[in-house]
Design a protein around this ligand. Structure first.
Ligand code: SF4
Ligand code: SF4
Length: 376
């Protein structure tokens, strides 16, 4: 296992982190909690969870698992959303609740959770959460204040440059890194620890290894390559993996012990991503100049699931709902239905995608997802 300093905190953290969002809840509390000890014995010392993960059972599972690990030998991270607290006192109480649930005296890395728009950052600063975290830090209840973001690279950079945080958690992986990489670089430049979540593109990579062979070097699988890409990357401090089984932990740890990807490896992958994956939007961003302000890369990444992996229309309607609430479309801009078919984006698309036709389909899914929301 490789270890490196988390930003400027002096904490030496493992290159692989344990993400507590994928426990198998059909298994017993003990079996799930034992995964933490198994991971610790393999060298993992960074454990990330949040209230709400796994039907809100993850923090409790962590508490059970931590009983078998010496407290001074691991680091725990958890989170709180600015939109989930009404004031500073409520935020303070929620931090203490997380501490109690996990049976620890302090939390090492506490995240302002899920900044999707700058207004979430503003809310954290002015709505009580950030002040509560400062108070907790002064009392020794938390050690470091971090944030998690689902913004594009430029948005992440803005929050980093606020100077309020010591670390950032963001969704970056071997397929989407051009989209968010500016945020990674900004964090690195400003001395923040960088934790990558979603290293396997939400399971898209392991589920589609046959289509993604180009990611791998001889003797490895695309999944191993995707992990190695992050784990060995000097700009990434921790690559989080959501573990369900001991086999998942073994796979991730093998990547941690593997040789770093070379510049040539990364260049080769970039070439494939930009030229050969004709059905996949690679989030390269070259089409961003839409006169209707439509977030084309965001829409096209969502469409990947349909074009490449064959999701049904019903699944795509659900996907639209999810992405409006949590994902790539949380930032309100032009909608798919606003496309006037000027053709500028198609002319500049590195993948020669039929963007206009795709947006038409997306507009239908979007309309259905909104109808669903109205009936709720
Ligand atoms: S074709 Fe539609 S999506 Fe593309 S640039 Fe023109 S308006 Fe925007
Ligand atoms: S240019 Fe094409 S591949 Fe690149 S982000 Fe835009 S739609 Fe996706």
């Amino acid at each position: 296992m490789r270890y490196s300093e988390f930003g400027k905190t002096g904490k030496m953290v493992s290159a692989i982190g344990f993400g507590g969002m994928r426990f198998d809840l059909t298994k017993s509390q003990e079996v799930n909690a034992d995964l933490l000890k198994y991971a610790f014995d393999k060298g993992i010392n960074y454990f990330d969870t949040a209230p709400g993960y796994c039907d809100d059972k993850s923090e409790d599972l962590f508490g059970t698992g931590f009983k078998k690990i010496p407290r001074d030998k691991y680091f725990v991270a958890t989170k709180l959303m600015p939109v989930h607290v009404a004031n500073e006192l409520e935020a303070y109480e929620k931090v203490k609740k997380s501490i109690d649930r996990m049976g620890v005296e302090y939390i090492d890395f506490f995240h302002v959770w899920c900044i999707r728009r700058m207004e979430h950052f503003d809310l954290a600063m002015n709505g009580g959460l950030y002040n509560a975290l400062l108070k907790c830090k002064a009392e020794g209840l938390i050690k470091h204040i971090c944030f998690s973001s689902h913004q594009e690279g430029a948005g992440v950079r803005k929050v980093v440059e606020s100077g309020r945080f010591e670390g950032v958690l963001l969704g970056v992986n071997i397929l989407n890194f051009p989209y968010r990489w500016d945020g990674v670089l900004a964090a690195k430049e400003h001395g923040l620890g960088v934790v990558a979540m979603n290293p396997l593109a939400g399971g898209l990579i392991p589920k589609n290894e046959d289509k993604l062979q180009f990611l791998a070097s001889p003797g490895e699988t695309p999944t191993e390559a995707a992990l190695r890409f992050l784990v060995a990357n000097p700009n990434i401090t921790v690559a989080l993996n959501g573990f369900t089984t001991t086999e998942h932990i073994d796979t991730a740890c093998r990547a941690a012990d593997a040789e770093p990807m070379t510049e040539e490896d990364i260049a080769r992958i970039k070439t494939h991503i930009s030229r050969n994956m004709t059905r996949i939007c690679t989030a390269c961003g070259y089409c961003e100049e839409c006169p209707e302000n439509i977030p084309i890369p965001a829409y096209m990444q969502i469409y990947n699931d349909k074009a490449v992996f064959g999701k049904t229309d019903e699944e795509m309607v659900n996907s639209m709902k999810f992405h409006h609430e949590w994902g790539l479309l949380a930032e309100p801009r032009g909608s798919a239905a606003a496309c006037v078919a000027c053709g500028r984006c198609e002319a500049s698309c590195t993948q020669h995608l039929d963007i206009i036709a795709r947006l038409k389909e997306i507009a239908e899914w979007e309309a259905k997802s909104q109808e669903f929301n109205k009936t709720k």
